[in-house]
Design a protein around this ligand. Structure first.
Ligand code: M6R
Length: 606
């Protein structure tokens, strides 16, 4: 949430910052702002609205400086407005700050500063930061010491990029529990919340750990820990192409990402699975250890949690290990029964989700092993976990997650096979599952052929007020994911239920003309599922069936046929028509598919 960028080098900072912000707009888009250091003065322009509005406001402003910072906001404290936009300056206009995160003790700090005579112009938590830095600066500390003292007073999360007009040849950055990366060019550096902002400029990035600081000059970078001791940082190579973070001819990132799924699944498979033994880079667990596990917890948020639900059955049926799936935001506060014999898996596309990171820290305190499953090399979660394994989905820019989900389900299925092979479990299903996973990219190609059909269907149902998704067994988590996709980008109210639960309450909502989407991929559950569908048809529902089964003729509104596959991995295929349905309904309604209201791609606040 919130995107921050910075540039220091020999080129004009303004276009580079605007370009970086546009690439980061998926992190927040209710206001934007920029500060450029020029002739020992900080120029500040900020506005409510999108990066495009900021560009229009700044393009004729003759911003020629080669050092600057900028921000795209997802409001937490203070509504979207010009005043609440970042950067924020201190009262003396010596410091400019952009911030991602939340300062939990801002009101205490604000009162302390007001008592010392500071004035506040915004309702944000951020504005205390430049003033606090100035407070220490006014006591004779230099730029870096003032920043270091100020961040010691902050409670909460922050990624900060800071300018000082008196030390106009540098930018200082620091972070705690919010992401920040530094790209290295030739005599120039690019600061950003995420690597995709500057993949067109560099593939070499530095990652900061909590409370590290970096002092960045045009041709030099120095790193410090929280005690201001010099530390060394290695560069990490990010092998995503610049193109992979562009739309490449598609109208929206979401559609591009839906269509990338054959390749993202293929890349995830080929990094781990062959006809022989599964090998997952970065993961080494012994038979002895796995034999003694008492339970697996899969912990995540949103779509990533749905990927956990979709694969719980594989861990239980194939590995014979009890597996529970939890929402990270709940897990942390419910005192889960975990000990050194519990294995905790944390799934996060971005690797920056605050609740998931906090849930991981909790497990570490209890001494159980943790595995992070992420799409982003170097992300916070991967630096916290004992082991990190990666989906190879490439950058996912659309707020609605699509290719990350299918890559997560693929990788988790392969992880279950890894456990089973390490445990030397002799089950013929494992060999069949491996073969079926290897076939997935072709099957995904095949499912994508439903595109035109779904587009037509969306024209008929886009005005609906409520849509229900139902499924049994493995089709229930897929229903949850379909329902989440629809509500987040079309703003249609939608809920998902296990089909058998309908008559325990939700069926009261079914009336004439309501759409019910039902997924049926498990042969053993056809009869029961059809009975549930009949119950809603009887009450006037229009039923849309996504299936890979030969269903008995019936009065369904629409059948969407998908290829059959191993039941364990069917959610990878059944979710794709639902992704397309959400996409086309959102398009029919004329909405911004990639940037749905109130949402941001990485949820870095709790
Ligand atoms: O980056 P993460 O995988 O940790 O993100 C988790 C959720 O915020 C995310 O999946 C969210 O639910 C998506 N917008 C759903 O499309």
């Amino acid at each position: 949430m919130c995107g921050i960028v910075g540039y220091i080098g020999q080129k004009k900072a303004h276009p580079i910052l605007i370009n970086g912000l546009s690439n980061l707009e998926y992190r927040g888009y209710d206001s934007a702002g920029i500060s450029i250091l020029e002739n020992n003065d900080i120029k500040l322009i900020k506005t409510k609205g999108r990066v495009k509005t900021l560009f229009e406001k700044t393009e004729n402003e003759n911003l020629n400086g080669t050092i600057g910072i900028a921000h795209t906001r997802w409001a937490t404290h203070g509504k979207p407005s010009d005043e609440n936009s970042h950067p924020h300056l201190d009262n003396s206009k010596t410091f400019a700050v952009v911030h991602n995160g939340i300062i939990e003790n801002y009101s205490e700090l604000r009162n302390m500063l007001i008592e010392k005579g500071y004035k506040f112009l915004s309702q944000t938590d951020t504005e205390v930061i430049p003033n606090l830095i100035h407070f220490y600066y006014s006591k004779g500390n230099d730029f870096i010491h003032s920043v270091s003292l100020a961040i010691k007073d902050l409670k909460g999360s922050f990624a900060l990029s800071i300018l000082c007009k008196d030390e106009a040849n540098k930018i200082i950055v620091t972070r705690k529990d919010s992401p920040l990366v530094i790209g290295k060019g030739k005599d120039e550096f690019f600061i950003s919340s995420d690597t995709p902002a500057y993949l067109d400029k560099t593939k070499e990035f530095y990652f900061l750990d909590d409370l590290d600081m970096a002092v960045i000059q045009q041709d030099d970078i120095k790193f410090y820990n929280s005690n201001l001791k010099n530390i060394k940082k290695d560069i990490k190579l990010i092998d995503w192409s610049a193109d992979s973070a562009q739309k490449n001819g598609y109208e929206d990132f979401m559609l591009k990402e839906i269509y990338e799924q054959p390749n993202s699944i293929k890349a995830t498979i080929s990094s781990t699975l062959s006809k022989d033994k599964v090998q997952i880079e970065g993961l080494e667990l012994s038979k002895e250890y796995l034999k003694n596990i008492n339970k697996i917890f899969i912990v995540a948020c949103g779509t990533a949690m749905h990927a956990g639900l979709a694969t719980k059955k594989i861990f239980e049926s194939i590995c014979k290990i009890q597996t529970e799936v939890d929402l990270a935001s709940e897990f942390r506060y419910r005192d889960p029964l975990i000990d050194e014999k519990t294995l905790c898996l944390y799934i996060s596309q971005s690797g920056e989700t605050a609740d998931t990171i906090a849930a991981l820290k909790l497990a570490k305190e209890k001494n159980c092993k943790t595995i992070a499953i992420s799409n982003v090399i170097g992300s916070s979660i991967t630096r916290e976990a004992d082991f990190s394994i990666y989906t190879h989905a490439g950058p996912e820019i659309a707020v609605a997650s699509t290719k990350a989900y299918t890559a997560q389900v693929t990788l988790l299925s392969i992880l279950a096979i890894y456990f089973a092979e390490t445990l030397e479990i002799n089950n013929p299903d494992i060999k069949i599952l491996k073969k079926d996973i290897l076939d997935l990219p072709n099957k995904v190609d095949e499912v994508l052929q439903v595109n035109d059909d779904i587009k037509e269907l969306s024209k008929k149902i886009y005005k609906e007020k409520d849509v229900f998704f139902i499924g049994r067994g493995i089709d229930y988590p897929a229903s949850l994911e379909g329902s989440l996709k629809l509500k987040e980008i079309s703003y249609i109210h939608s809920d998902a239920y296990a089909s058998g639960e309908l008559k325990h309450g939700p069926i009261a909502l079914i009336e004439d003309g309501i759409s019910v989407v039902s997924i049926i991929t498990d042969e053993k559950l056809i009869e029961k599922s059809i009975s549930n569908i009949q119950e809603v048809i009887t009450r006037g529902a229009k039923t849309i069936i996504v299936t890979n089964q030969n269903l008995p003729a019936n009065n369904f509104y629409k059948i969407v046929n998908i290829p059959s596959t191993n039941p364990y991995i069917s959610p990878i295929l059944s979710v794709i028509p639902l992704q397309l349905l959400a996409y086309y309904i959102s398009k029919e309604k004329g909405l911004d598919v990639d940037k749905p209201r109130n949402l941001a791609k990485s949820v870095t606040v709790e």
